[in-house]
Design a protein. Structure first.
Ligand code: PLP
Length: 443
């Protein structure tokens, strides 16, 4: 399967928001010294080009030709749709558009950065990429990127998902990856958690620690992260750059909405529009939606914290619930994370992005209405964005206001039917802890 030449509508450059942020980012700290980390140390963990991009002050970075070709192959540009049947069902004067990342071959936006990361690793002569996956979308994307570019891929998958989502595992195996349930007995950190609980369900934070420990043992391996970091968010800006081009044929959006785990799909759609707002060329409202079970934006503290549970990653200044927080097992596995992208944290602090949080039952209800009206079964993660959109469209109706909403439908939910089944049977729990480790000295 080969797309005919890179589609001319695929962007040629990614947008890097770093030089345009309202304040400079606080530097990541070395977990051993608590001093700003040396790039040399980061290069042992990540491919060199990614470390460069992570700290780059260049506003645009060229997308390598090979990556653009692969973008065409996996289904870019992704379609832009208007949700007319949803509008009608809501009786709203708002017009609702969405970018559909579920249309890529792996079914979510994660492939946009997976291809870029695998490309740079391959160029550098790296042989293996190691990563974690929570719900499985990131592991799936990196496995395919490895298959396309000729790299071995090893994935640590949170044990609960490993057991509950066997089909994700099948897809990764078909793409040729090695998969281990996490915590595993392959790493010190994994064994530590297994000693605490032999049936430990795992989580993103633990799986990240295991993947990093694995990489540090193999000179020819590097780690790949699916969200949070600057370079990951930058690779995702193909979504927003395409959307600006596609919306030209229709109208300017007033409101931009996305769901947030680490922040990458939200930033991918929003940051190219944010650039215009930061320049004073346009005014948009940005709404970021998270689960109440993992409310880093609405209830987290802004502080330095680790990106993983084991304390191996550099410390980043971000909105966090505390790296020791065990996120309850909501079905939106991709949103079960304690932290948040540092750039998005800054934008929230400056009031540029408004965060909201919802419970999973109301989110699945929104997804059900969307499925009935538009036909697409959204990923439970993306359904958070849909809930945000519906609330906003109903408010427009109440106030008799016409407005244009654009949101990111980050992935399809065809491998999340277990969660939908539980919802239909009335068996979903809504979780919201009273206190989080970050507020109780757990940083
Ligand atoms: C991973 C994932 C998310 C959450 O991660 P972000 O980095 O916040 O985008 C959201 N939607 C889908 C479909 C995902 O796979």
């Amino acid at each position: 399967m080969k797309a005919v030449l890179p589609d001319s509508r695929i962007p040629k450059r990614w947008y890097n928001i770093l030089p345009d942020l309202p304040e400079p980012l606080a530097p990541p700290l070395d977990p051993e010294t608590e001093e700003p980390i040396e790039p040399e140390k980061l290069r042992r963990i990540f491919a060199g080009e990614l470390v460069k991009q992570e700290m780059s002050s260049e506003r645009y970075i060229e997308i390598p030709k090979k990556v653009r070709k692969l973008y065409a192959k996996i289904g870019r540009p992704t379609p832009l749709f208007r949700a007319t049947h949803l509008e009608k069902a809501l009786g709203t004067p708002a017009r609702i558009y969405f970018k559909y990342e579920g249309a890529t071959v792996t079914g979510s936006h994660k492939i946009n950065t997976a291809l870029a990361q695998a490309y740079y690793a391959k160029e550098q002569g790296i042989e293996r990429l190691v990563t974690e996956t929570g719900a499985g979308q990131w592991g799936t994307a990196l496995s395919l990127a490895g298959a396309f570019l000729g790299l071995n891929v090893r994935v640590y998958m949170a044990r609960a998902s490993y057991q509950q989502k066997p089909y994700r595992k099948t897809i990764m195996r078909l793409y040729g990856a090695e998969i281990y349930p996490s915590p595993s007995d392959r790493t010190n950190v994994g064994r530590r958690f297994l000693r605490e609980d032999p049936n430990h369900p795992g989580g993103l934070g633990i799986a990240i620690s295991e993947a990093i420990e694995d990489v540090l043992r193999d000179e020819n391996a590097r780690y790949a992260l699916g969200s949070v970091l600057n370079h990951v968010l930058m690779h995702q800006t193909v979504i927003g750059l395409e959307a600006i081009d596609q919306m030209k044929e229709f109208e300017e959006p007033d409101i931009i909405i996305g769901c947030v785990g680490g922040g990458s799909n939200f930033a991918g759609l929003a940051y190219p529009f944010m650039k215009r707002k930061l320049e004073g060329k346009a005014d948009y409202e940005f709404i970021a939606v998270e689960p109440r079970a993992a409310p880093s934006m609405t209830r987290g503290v802004y502080a330095y914290d680790y990106g993983d549970s084991g304390g191996y990653t550099p410390k980043m200044k971000m909105h966090t619930l505390g790296h020791t927080y065990y996120v309850p097992p909501i079905h939106a596995g991709g949103l079960r994370y304690h932290g948040l992208a540092p750039t998005l944290s800054v934008l929230i602090n400056h009031g540029m992005v408004k965060p909201v949080a919802y419970h999973q039952n109301e989110v699945f209800q929104a997804a059900e209405l969307f499925a009935k009206t538009e036909g697409i079964i959204p990923a439970p993660e993306s359904a958070h964005a849909i809930k945000g959109v519906i609330e906003r469209a109903l408010k427009a109706k109440e106030e008799g206001r016409e407005e244009t909403i654009l949101f990111n439908l980050s992935g399809h939910g065809l491998l999340d039917l277990g969660g939908y089944e539980a919802f239909l049977d009335g068996k979903l729990d809504d979780y919201e802890p009273d206190v989080f480790p970050a507020m109780a000295g757990g940083l």
